[in-house]
Design a protein around this ligand. Structure first.
Ligand code: FMN
Length: 312
């Protein structure tokens, strides 16, 4: 049991496209808990309209009891307004704007981290933020598209508009989600930015959270965790409660989460092969948690029967 720090940091569950969908968030919140805020994977415009698959993920009736913030990805003021026109009538008053997605499919259209290299487009977004004082906005960004200085101009623009927070993943887009974290640049950004900052990147354990807590204390407003929570869904709960689940407690809770997810996919996805394809991704980040041998068996199972037999 550790001695509690005076201030417990807020834990934000990072949006991970294809993993942290509505049903996962709902079940995680119920079975594991410990997370203060969940973010939806980004809602985007495709072929001139908001994707209906994304709209389904944010429906309030599928997110009941879970503190969620819808995230949007937009190339500028026009797309942002279109997205707001769809989301705000659903009852949301809080929106996160993605300026960090490194995938070329988005950046080549100027979205996500593409914005980091285009201050004029960031100004358009800032204008919408200013105009829509009825909505609370936050931003999730990285240091730049292909240059770790790009954040400077972006932050000077964002400093002029009201924001709940800025989440920072201290890498540039060309690194995607690998390689060295530029903590020096993160520290400079923290000094320059007038808004509360959430740290995001490579948090895998309670020790990692405590290290950030010790380094930054109340200079940051919390941490956002993605892959670390997918790998160990108990991470936020363990940090909040100063406890560590035993291996058997953890596996039993993971199985509970898994069985509810599978049940859900069996009702909404036609065809066993498709259900298996979907549920199998549940283990993608869990190799260390369940051991390589178990993990490989699950990955290789050719049908549902073998898959069920391979569950840890
Ligand atoms: C497969 C995948 C999908 C992601 N989808 C999103 C997304 O929709 N929106 C977003 O802001 N970030 C997205 N991210 C980035 C994560 O939110 C997070 O910033 C990143 O994984 C780094 O945090 P971590 O080291 O704690 O995982 C994605 C990352 C991965 C690996």
């Amino acid at each position: 049991m550790r001695i509690f720090a005076t201030v417990m940091m807020n834990i934000h569950f990072a949006p991970i496209q294809g993993y942290t969908e509505d049903v996962y968030r709902r079940l995680h919140n119920k079975i594991f808990g410990g997370v203060d805020v969940y973010y939806t994977p980004f809602v985007r415009i495709e072929h001139g309209d908001v994707r209906s698959k994304d709209m389904r993920d944010v429906r309030p009736q599928f997110n009941e009891g879970v503190n969620i913030v819808p995230q949007v990805i937009a190339s500028g003021g026009g797309e942002l307004k279109m997205l707001l026109d769809k989301l705000i009538p659903m009852g949301y008053k809080r929106i996160d704007i993605n300026m960090g997605c490194p995938f070329p499919l988005q950046t080549k259209h100027g979205r996500g981290a593409g914005l980091m290299a285009n201050p004029e487009k960031v100004k358009e977004i800032a204008k919408v933020i200013k105009e829509r004082s009825d909505i609370q906005f936050s931003v999730k960004m990285r240091l730049g598209l292909d240059n770790a200085d790009e954040w400077k101009e972006v932050i000077s623009i964002l400093n002029e508009v009201p924001l709940v927070q800025i989440t920072v993943h201290p890498r540039i887009a060309t690194q995607q989600y690998k390689g060295e974290l530029n903590m020096e640049a993160f520290d400079s950004l923290l000094n320059e930015c007038k808004h509360p900052i959430i740290y995001n990147g490579e948090i895998q354990s309670v020790e990692d959270i405590l290290r950030i807590e010790k380094t930054y204390g109340d200079k940051i407003a919390g941490v956002m965790i993605g892959r670390g929570l997918l790998a160990r869904p108990s991470l936020a709960f363990e940090y909040k409660n100063g406890t560590t689940l035993s291996d058997s407690q953890l596996i039993s809770k993971i199985r509970e989460l898994h069985s509810h997810l599978l049940e859900h996919y069996q009702t909404i996805i036609p065809g066993e092969a498709q259900q298996l394809n979907k549920i199998r991704t549940f283990w993608d980040y869990m190799e260390e948690t369940i051991g390589r041998k178990n993990w490989k068996k699950l990955k290789k199972a050719g049908n549902m029967k073998n898959y069920i037999a391979a569950l840890p």
